[in-house]
Structure formats: C-alpha cells, structure tokens
Design a binder for this molecule. Structure first.
Ligand code: GAP
Length: 421
C-alpha cells in the first residue's frame, strides 16, 4: 500500500499536480505547491462545493474573512489556551513530535533516528504568530488563523443585519488556515497551510441532533458526488478525550489512505460555545452551531487515491469528469502534416473557450492516450485525413476506451453529454 502512495506522489510531481514546496532550496517540510493540473482540480472542487452548499441553497450565505484577526478573537474563542497538542522530544536526536502521533503513526519510535526515549509531554500551541508593524513585541502579536470558523462567528451580527436570513441558517467560507504541525506529514495529508471549506449552521439547541444527522447525510452525499467509493471511508465518533475544546459531539469521516485510515473531514456540534464566547445573541437567545468542515488538500489526496487505477497497459485516473483537470485533449494525427495541424487547431479553438482543453502533438497516438489517461482527461479528440474530407473527428472515452466518429458541428454537444453522464 505504501508503494501505491509512492506512485501517486511521483505521478503528482511528474505530471504537475503537486510539487514539494521551495524544492530548489531543499524544500520546507510539510509545505507543497499545486502545479497546473493540481490547481485545476482544487478550483473544480471549490467551485462544486460552493455551488452545492451556497448557491443552490436559500439558507446558506458565503463570506470571505481576514486571515489576520484581532488577537482578542483567539483569546475569547479559547484557541490561545486550548488549541494545543501534546509534544514530546526525542532524547537522542532532539526531534519534536506529537505524543499521540508517536503512538499511532510511529509505533513509539522516533521517525528520524528510531530512538525510543522521549521527554515528558508538554503542551504546544499550534497557532503561528506574526507581528503587525515594525516592533516585534507582545502588543503587536497577531496569529494566522488556525480555522476559518471564527471569521464567521465574529461576523454573525453583520450577516443578520445585512441579509434576510432566518434561523436555521448557515454561513460558509472557503479559505486558508495555518497550523504549526510538527509531525511529518504524509504528502499533502498534513500540511502547515491548507484550505478549508467550512459551514457554521446556526440552530436552536433543541434541534441539534436533527441537524447533526442532516449534515452527516449531506457530507455523505458530497462524497458520493465527488466519486469517493463508499467502501473507502467510514464515519467514526470521537471519544470524550479526543473532543476539541469547543465540541460536545464530533464525528470524523475517515478515509482509507494507503498509509492508514485517517481523518478526511469533520462534523462537530459546537453548542453555543463560540457565540457565547464572543457575546453574540439573536432574538434574546444564543444559537447553537453544527459545523461541517472539509479540508481541500485531503479531498485532493483522497480523490487521487480513489481514482488511481492500474490496468493492463495503462494507468488511469478515473476522476469524475467535473473534477478532472482537463475535459478534452485535441490531437492532430501527425504533427508534421500542416493541413492536419491546421484543422486540429480549429477544433481546439472551438472547444477551448468552453471546456478545459489541452493540445498534444508529441509521439504517436498510443502514447498520447497513455499520457492523457494518467492525468484523467475525459475525452481525446483526434483529427486525421478523413476529418479533412468529412469534417469529423474520432472521439475516444477515457474509461471505456471506446472510439466513435462525430461531426465537428456536433462535437461540443457530444462531449458535454459525455461529461454529464
Ligand atoms: N473549524 C473546525 C476545524 O478546524 P479540524 O478537524 O481541526 O476542524 C478541519 O479541521 C479539516 O481541515 C479537517 O477535517 C481536515 O480536512 C483539514 N485539516 C486539518 N488540519 C490539517 C492539516 N494540517 N493539513 C491539511 N488539512 C488539515
């Protein structure tokens, strides 16, 4: 299974999905950059999520709040005190590790030197600090947000005053969060900065179980929509000792990654903890909150793991068409025949304004198919000598590898049907 992970990491780098961060300077642990194909996938995921959970719903509105907030926010929210991990230090090489990860992921052995003697546990705050202005002192300290949620809570009143929302309702946000993670991260599973897609859903206390169950189902439907196989994830409830400082009940959606079953998404009942902490109320009472949270990089990782398929003569990324970086690739059969290239360019220019389209004229057709399958391109369109006569093309489907001839005038319609099916 670890082997599968190495293949995915290598494909991701070779084909431009994910690159190690700051690579030419030796990298920076737990940072990764999305390449041309990776960012297409990221944008597709965020777009689909926003469409489903914000635009298609009357009871949810979006915001985009600042990463830097008044430090009083983190004081009130409990993050300054409670957003901590237990830290131990290896007595041999002095690497620092999270005590819980040491047990769960490294079998109580230091991943750097294999040492088995560690210091006492100490609490370590995960928030990154920085400073506003030229003086680096206590009064100028600010934090990079570790969750987007607080930006939604502190705008609770602004949202109510500027919209006509009535309870129950939700505020959604997609944005970056930062955490000073100290355990080595398993590719993009655990990173220092990552995007989150979060909803804070405000309810009356008596309804919390109903809406918790409702959002759990919504999250399951989302996973189905993006094509994660049901067999590859489970829903697990947190034990009392695992709960975050604000939560009364949390379930994790855990995905079976090649390196083990671990958190993909979370769903928490945050009670009235946050609004109370910020002294916010509505119509004389403090609403309670159900919070579904989706990490973007973990979504990408789960999708790559789920879609990666080795067949007899090819590797295919069987991504849902909506998420695939390229929907179509256009090929002239022979790159050295100007009349074919000209016709293929016309087809390319016809498709490109409407669909993410790529051009390939290297090597033979077989190699081009192989190359497009590996990055999940949904359809390949080839222009050959018959195309010049008949004004048609060959279209080949990624999963079935079936080929058919289609008139150029019908091409857009046929491709759109394939993308929707
Ligand atoms: N507001 C709730 C909250 O922050 P969380 O479970 O700590 O909850 C939410 O984080 C989601 O963010 C996780 O389910 C996961 O998808 C993602 N996530 C958390 N830490 C991460 C990290 N270091 N790297 C990548 N994704 C992370």
């Amino acid at each position: 299974m670890e082997d599968k992970m190495q293949k995915i990491v290598s494909l991701a780098k070779r084909r431009g999905f994910v690159f190690p961060g700051s690579e030419i300077y030796g990298g920076l642990a737990n940072t990764w950059d999305y390449g041309p194909l990776g960012i297409e996938m990221v944008n597709n995921i965020k777009e689909l999520w926003w469409q489903r959970f914000v635009r298609a719903r009357e009871d949810v509105v979006g915001i985009s709040s600042s990463i830097l907030m008044n430090p009083k926010v983190w004081q009130a929210s409990g993050h300054l005190k409670g957003f901590v991990d237990p830290l131990v230090e290896c007595q041999k090489c002095h690497s620092r590790l999270r005590a819980d990860h040491l047990k769960e992921e490294f079998d109580n052995k230091c991943p750097s030197c294999k040492g088995d003697q560690f210091s006492e546990e100490k609490n370590f705050n995960l928030m990154f600090k920085t400073f506003i202005g030229p003086v680096e002192d206590k009064t100028s300290t600010v934090y990079l947000r570790p969750e987007t949620a607080q930006g939604m809570f502190v705008n609770f009143k602004n949202i109510l005053d500027s919209t006509r929302l009535k309870m129950p309702f939700g505020i959604a946000q997609i944005g970056k969060a930062f955490r000073n993670e100290i355990t080595p991260g398993n590719f993009i599973f655990r990173v220092l900065e990552f995007e989150m897609m979060e909803i804070e859903y405000f309810i009356e206390e008596k309804d919390w179980q109903k809406y918790f169950d409702y959002w759990q189902k919504e999250m399951e439907k989302w996973l189905e929509q993006i094509g994660i196989n049901k067999k590859n994830f489970i829903v697990r409830e947190h034990g009392k000792d695992e709960l975050s400082h604000y939560s009364k009940k949390t379930v994790d959606f855990e995905y079976k990654y090649p390196f083990g079953q671990k958190e993909l998404y979370g769903l928490a009942y945050r009670t009235d903890y946050d609004l109370k902490a910020h002294n916010l109320s509505h119509e004389g009472f403090v609403p309670h909150v159900i919070e579904p949270t989706f990490g973007v990089s973990r979504t990408i990782l789960a999708l790559l793991c789920d879609a990666y398929t080795e067949e007899k003569d090819r590797i295919v990324l069987k991504l849902k068409p909506t998420l695939a970086p390229y929907k179509v690739a256009v090929f002239p059969l022979l790159a050295n025949k100007p009349e074919l290239v000209k016709k293929a360019r016309e087809v390319f220019e016809l498709l490109q304004p409407h669909l993410t389209t790529t051009w390939d004229d290297r090597g033979n057709i077989g190699k081009r198919y192989y190359s497009q399958d590996e990055i999940g391109t949904v359809a390949c369109v080839t222009i050959d000598f018959d195309s010049l006569e008949k004004d048609d093309v060959t279209i080949r489907e990624r999963d079935s590898m079936k080929q058919e001839r289609v008139k150029i005038k019908d091409l857009m319609k046929v491709i759109k049907e394939k993308l929707e099916s």
